[in-house]
Design a protein around this ligand. Structure first.
Ligand SMILES: C[S@@+](CC[C@H](N)C(=O)[O-])C[C@H]1O[C@@H](n2cnc3c(N)ncnc32)[C@H](O)[C@@H]1O
Length: 269
């Protein structure tokens, strides 16, 4: 069983590196995920991983530990309402004002289902944008998730979660047991590993930011800091979408809440 000292060590490491807060009661989760990681690295188990991390920590080991503690749950067109809002209100409004280009950021994109859903929506409803005017940056702290996203290779179970069959056969091609994203939706997405805690230097400004189901893992102070950074990265008139359960307690200055049907988002004023 994980000791109190090991628990504290891994909790501090994960919090300081990624912002993810693992509270008391998460001992079992840490123990099972890190035991699995230890074995995949050829170690006997958590005790050996702990000793190695304490005495010979490397940046790649730190990355593996943090990565093991992320939750990458995602699916295509998750919650649907934000995608309806994009289609009916947000994209028509932004494209009417800004004819030249559209910059979208899927921050904490996991294995890519979210940015691919946005790209497919563009391909289906905004052909002029998918033909070179729209770009999607897709980032996540998890190297493995970003790699999988960039490959655009999904299992049958993954495509069954949220993708209508007509869309599946139109934008994916089957290769053995997998479905591979094909054509335009793939070309406009740029996948990159990125930690939301890191300074966002050199990052472009965006018309739309999706940052969904990641703030729930952070404490209030970290949430506040990340929200401020996200708002800073929005163009005036741009929209921020968070997860349905992630309404911030206090809003950073410069944004106002907006409802489109059943979708809630925040507009930069
Ligand atoms: C539950 S998934 C959400 C995926 C997608 N946004 C969605 O709503 O379907 C949360 C993602 O946040 C990522 N994450 C956690 N901490 C992060 C950080 N500090 N910076 C960037 N991504 C992070 C995890 O790796 C994980 O892929």
């Amino acid at each position: 069983m994980i000791s109190a000292e090991q628990f504290r060590f891994f909790v501090d490491l994960v919090k300081s590196t990624s912002g993810i807060s693992l509270s008391r009661g998460k001992e079992y989760l840490i123990e099972s995920r890190l035991n699995e990681l230890a074995r995949s690295l050829g170690m006997r188990g958590l005790d050996e991983l702990y000793r190695k991390a304490k005495t010979h920590m490397t940046s790649s080991l730190k990355e593996e530990i943090v990565e093991a503690m992320t939750t990458n749950e995602t699916y295509f067109f998750r919650d649907i309402h934000p995608f309806e809002a994009l289609k009916k209100h947000v994209i028509p409004e932004i494209s009417a004002q800004k004819k030249d280009k559209l910059d979208i950021w899927s921050a904490a994109c996991s294995t890519g289902q979210e940015p691919y859903s946005i790209a497919i929506l563009l391909a289906e409803h905004f052909p002029a944008l998918i033909n070179g005017r729209a770009k999607i940056l897709a980032t996540d702290i998890s190297k493995k998730a970003v790699k999988k996203g960039a490959e655009g290779r999904f299992t049958q179970v993954e495509v069954n979660r949220g993708l209508p069959v007509t869309i599946l056969v139109k934008y994916f091609k089957q290769q053995g047991a997998f479905w591979i994203v094909d054509g335009k939706p793939k070309k406009i997405i740029n996948f990159r590993q990125m930690n939301l805690l890191s300074p966002m230097v050199g990052l472009a400004h965006f018309d739309i930011i999706f940052c969904r189901y990641v703030l729930i893992y952070f404490d209030q102070e970290t949430k506040k800091q990340i929200l401020q950074k996200l708002v800073k990265s929005l163009n005036p008139g741009g929209y921020l979408f968070l997860g349905a359960t992630e309404t911030p307690m206090t809003l950073p200055p410069g944004i106002k809440k907006q409802k489109f049907g059943r979708a809630i988002c925040w507009k930069k004023t």
